[in-house]
Design a protein around this ligand. Structure first.
Ligand code: ZN
Length: 322
C-alpha cells in the first residue's frame, strides 16, 4: 500500500523544484503587474497612428531611393514594416533594457563616479542592507550628473545620482527608495515608455515647438500647394516622433506613477530608512512642491511631499506580543 508513495514523492519533489525555479526566474525578471501591462498595451494601441506615420515615411524614403537608383517604385516598399522594430525595441525593455543606461547617461550628460563617490555608495549600501545586500537587486550600472540639486532616479536597470546627493546626510535613505524602483518593474517600464518617443530631449522639443509656431504664421501668409505639402509633412513628422499614446493616457500614467512612488517609499521603510527619507523630503523636496490643479488629471508623477512624509512617519500598527 505504501509503494506508490515512494515512487511518486520524488517526482513531486522534482516538479516542485522545477516550479519554484521557474517562479524565481520569473520573479527575477521584475515584469510589470497586470494593470501596468494593460496600461502599456493600451499606450501601444494608442500609438498606432504613430506607427502608420512612421510606415508612410519609410515607404516614401523607399520610393525616393528607388527613384535615385532608377528601379521600380515598389522595389523598397517593404521598408514600411521596419517601423514595427521601434515598437519591438520598446517592448524588449520590459525584459532586458539593453543599452538603456548608456543612452540615458549620455542624454543627461552623466559621468562615471569618482573613487570617493564609489566608496560613499558602497558605505550607504552596507548601511541600509546591514552588509547583506545579496537579496536586493543592484543597478547594473550607475553614474553621476554634476548638478547642485540633490536628486536620484532610475531608468532601466541604471541608477543616476547627482553630485549634490553625496553631500546630503540622508543619501542612504534616498538610495533605499531608488532600490525600491529597481526591485520592481519601474525602471524597465520607464525605459520601455521612453523608447516610444523619438527625440525626447526637452530643449529640442521646446525649440521645435517655437519653430513650428513660426512656420504656422508663415504658412498662413502664403497659402500655396507647396505650403500645404510642407504643413502636412510637418504634421507627419510630429506624429512619427511618437508620444501620442502617452499624451492620451496621461491621467492614468500619472496615477500609476504616484502609486509607485509610495511603493518605493515603502521599500525604503522596510529597510529601516523611513525617518531619514522623511527628513530628506522635508529638507530638500518640499521647497519644490507646488499646488497641482486637478492632479488626478495630470501626468504629475510624484504625490505631494507632505503626504509622503506623513506616510513614512506613520507607525505600523503593532500586532499581538509574541
Ligand atoms: Zn521615486
Amino acid at each position: 500500500m505504501d509503494a506508490p508513495d515512494t515512487t511518486v514523492a520524488p517526482r513531486n519533489t522534482a516538479l516542485e523544484e522545477i516550479t519554484s525555479t521557474a517562479r524565481a526566474a520569473l520573479a527575477s525578471l521584475n515584469l510589470p503587474c497586470p494593470a501596468a501591462f494593460a496600461l502599456y498595451a493600451a499606450t501601444l494601441a494608442a500609438e498606432i497612428p504613430t506607427l502608420l506615420a512612421r510606415m508612410l515615411l519609410l515607404v516614401l524614403a523607399g520610393v525616393a531611393v528607388s527613384l535615385l537608383k532608377g528601379e521600380a517604385l515598389s522595389a523598397h516598399e517593404a521598408w514600411g514594416k521596419y517601423a514595427l522594430l521601434l515598437f519591438a525595441w520598446s517592448a524588449s525593455a520590459l525584459l532586458v533594457p539593453l543599452a538603456a543606461g548608456m543612452w540615458w547617461q549620455n542624454k543627461l550628460g552623466g559621468r562615471r563616479p569618482s573613487a570617493r563617490e564609489h566608496q560613499a555608495y558602497a558605505d550607504a549600501l552596507d548601511l541600509i542592507t546591514d552588509g547583506g545586500h545579496d537579496e536586493i537587486k543592484q543597478p547594473s550600472h550607475w553614474f553621476v550628473v554634476d548638478s547642485p540639486v540633490p536628486d536620484a532616479a532610475v531608468c532601466g536597470e541604471t541608477l543616476m545620482f547627482t553630485r549634490a546627493m553625496f553631500e546630503v546626510e540622508q543619501m542612504p535613505a534616498v538610495l533605499a527608495h531608488e532600490l525600491g524602483h529597481l526591485n520592481s518593474s519601474d525602471g524597465k517600464l520607464t525605459a520601455a515608455l521612453n523608447r516610444l518617443v523619438i527625440n525626447p530631449r526637452i530643449k529640442e522639443r521646446e525649440s521645435y515647438g517655437l519653430l513650428r509656431g513660426e512656420a504656422k504664421r508663415e504658412s498662413a501668409l502664403h497659402v500655396t500647394v507647396i505650403g500645404a505639402l510642407l504643413w502636412l509633412g510637418q504634421r507627419l513628422l510630429a506624429l512619427a516622433q511618437g508620444g501620442l499614446g502617452l499624451r492620451i493616457l496621461v491621467p492614468l500614467w500619472g496615477g500609476y506613477w504616484r502609486g509607485r512612488e509610495y511603493a518605493a517609499d515603502d521599500f525604503a521603510k522596510e529597510l529601516g530608512q523611513a525617518e531619514d527619507l522623511a527628513d530628506f523630503l522635508e529638507l530638500h523636496a518640499q521647497v519644490h512642491d507646488a499646488p497641482v490643479p486637478f492632479i488626478w488629471l495630470t501626468e504629475h508623477t510624484h504625490p505631494p511631499t507632505e503626504l509622503r512624509i506623513e506616510r513614512l512617519r506613520l507607525q505600523e500598527p503593532k500586532g499581538p506580543a509574541s
